[in-house]
Design a protein around this ligand. Structure first.
Ligand code: SF4
Length: 277
């Protein structure tokens, strides 16, 4: 089976023949959308899924390719969680402490969420209200404000199937710790369920590599404001894919504004995968 070697920077982009590209895609088929191991030998599966996201995003014949790519990444993350997180997990319906914190997402995730919110007048009004409130406060004080997510209804996520990656991956193994963090503001570290941090990281890498290879912005932005913009314009996805600065006014997550440890991994994968597309 073909195995991709990261090319040296000086290697020409056409180093991989069409036949080799076809062989790589055939090899990818059994890995795409399937849970993979969380050990260092999972690079081939991560490559296959990142290449799949890149090819989805580069398929200009599919107008909703951004939201589809996000849906794919979300579904893969869910599959990884099912495969690897055996417990304990103390998150449950009716527990909404982390839905009153700052939430950010990539634009494709926002567009995918907008698909299922669109047409719901009351929820859209809530999104607009919370977007205005979110814009009036800095990210670092959002934890003190405790604004409820506009998607929250009866203490549960009302758009569970299209919620962003972060909402899926932030799983707690200790409700007591969450209560102390969110209600008593003790400042202690979150207690992630086993493997959930690694799964979130791999999912972020796959989506980010795909976005970079498609020439699209990969940064996370404040979700409420971005969602309000997406809901206000049915052509937002097409315009964003065409390179228009549709979401330029939305504040970027400050975590994305500084150098990320993921950057080296992402850059290496982008260099390795680019000749194979
Ligand atoms: S989208 Fe759903 S899971 Fe995410 S913060 Fe909002 S209500 Fe919570």
């Amino acid at each position: 089976m073909p195995r991709i070697q990261p090319p040296l920077d000086s290697e020409p982009m056409d180093i991989i023949s069409p036949e080799m590209k076809a062989a790589i895609l055939r090899d990818d088929a059994g890995l795409i959308g399937r849970p993979f191991g969380l050990t260092p030998d999972n690079a081939r599966a991560i490559q296959a899924n990142a290449r799949h996201v890149a090819l989805m995003l580069r398929d200009t014949a599919t107008p909703d390719r951004a939201s589809r790519a996000a849906a794919f990444a979300e579904s893969l993350l869910d599959a990884l969680l099912r495969e690897h997180v055996a417990g304990p997990v103390e998150c449950a319906r009716g527990c909404d402490h982390c839905c009153k914190t700052y939430v950010s997402a990539t634009i494709p995730e926002v567009l995918n969420l907008a698909r299922t919110v669109r047409g719901q007048a009351a929820k859209t009004a809530r999104v607009n209200e919370m977007a205005a409130k979110s814009r009036s406060v800095q990210q670092y004080v959002r934890e003190d404000i405790r604004l409820p997510c506009p998607i929250l209804e009866n203490r549960a996520c009302s758009e569970y199937a299209t919620r962003p990656l972060v909402c899926r991956a932030v799983l707690s193994k200790s409700l007591d710790t969450c209560l102390r963090i969110f209600e008593l503001k003790t400042g202690e570290a979150f207690a992630p369920a086993n493997h959930s941090d690694a799964i979130r990281m791999y999912s972020l890498i796959i989506l980010r590599v795909g976005l970079v290879l498609a020439g699209l912005p990969h940064q996370h932005v404040e979700m409420n404001h971005a969602l309000a913009i997406a809901l206000a314009d049915e052509t937002a996805e097409a315009r964003w894919l065409a390179g228009e600065p549709v979401f330029a006014a939305v504040a970027m997550d400050i975590g994305d504004a500084k150098a990320s440890p993921l950057e080296k991994v992402v850059n290496g994968m982008v260099a390795a995968l680019a000749p194979t597309l």
